[in-house]
Design a protein around this ligand. Sequence first.
Ligand SMILES: N[C@@H](CCC(=O)N[C@@H](CS)C(=O)NCC(=O)O)C(=O)O
Length: 364
Amino acid sequence: MNNLLTNKYNRGIKMFKYSKKLFAFFAVLSMIFVVACDQQGGKQSKGKSKTLENTKKRGFVRCGVSQGLPGFSNADASGNWTGIDVDVCRAVAAATLGDATKVKFTPLSAKERFTALTSGEIDILARNTTWTLSRDADIGLTFVGVNFYDGQGFMVRKGSGIASTSEFSNGTSVCTNLGTTTELNMRDFFDSRGISYEPVVFEKADEVVAAYDAGRCDTYTTDKSGLAAQRTKLSAPDDHVVLPETISKEPLGPVVRQGDSIWEDIVRWSLNTMIEAEEYGVNSTNADMMKTSNNPAIKRLVGAEGELGAAFGLDNDWNYRIITQVGNYGESYKRNIADTGILPDRGPNELWTKGGILYVPPAR
Ligand SMILES: N[C@@H](CCC(=O)N[C@@H](CS)C(=O)NCC(=O)O)C(=O)O
């Protein structure tokens, strides 16, 4: 009996010693973990971003754009890119490299665009891309905001006599782009109405335009901004009309790879700066003067107050450079979309203070 007790006692002591060691082991492990996490946190807040470091080393921002969509991203005969999507990349170049011209644009089809970003060929995708749940969540991508609120529509020949999508009949042939939300919405639209249709789908937008122009389909469907832009490329633009219905929501915005939250923030706040600058009436010509404004929100926007760049590892003039070199959102919209006759009316892309839905969190 005594022996039994002694044995039990000895085992108890052993267990106690063992669990003390185990406890010490886990305590040390969790301390290492805490320190590591803390360093990670420290690194993040000091603005260490691999993408930013590589961009600085390389000397230019790598930006994926469309293969040519007037108003959004379009190259002229000498290879100069313009458009509101182009301006997002220029804003990031102004913020990070001090020069809005330091951007390499890679034209991508709708099908190619996401792989170009996830494979590391580009660091920003600014290509009239719709923010959807599956794109945002499933494929290693993160949408940083919206630079154009759009919706899908249909264009027809005026001679067809069709004035509304309710007049589409069985067997309607529809031209559109491969790898787009457009394709999916088109299917939902016709299927839910029980109308049979014939998709005529191409990878390149120019092939879609050419097919529609040549009469290979009854209607052309894409984002309404896309229809307005592509209409200018048709042989007789005035012979075509965009139907009034909008069949989907297409919030278009820049996208980055998942996993570099500082780079994500830089792109997000570069876009936000352009929008907030318009809200506060700060533009490319008055930004200098605004440095002495008595409104602290304006002073922060032009780098005269606060230290907003520090969180990204940027200097304090990052936002001032965006505004002076690229302009505010309104200037970009006017230059690229309104003055070019694509969509003179801002519609939902007006500021929230003027009846639109453009609303960004405050820069403070
Ligand atoms: N917003 C839609 C459609 C994007 C899209 O690729 N649209 C075509 C038709 S407007 C286009 O951009 N074409 C220009 C090009 O491919 O260069 C999406 O994200 O899927």
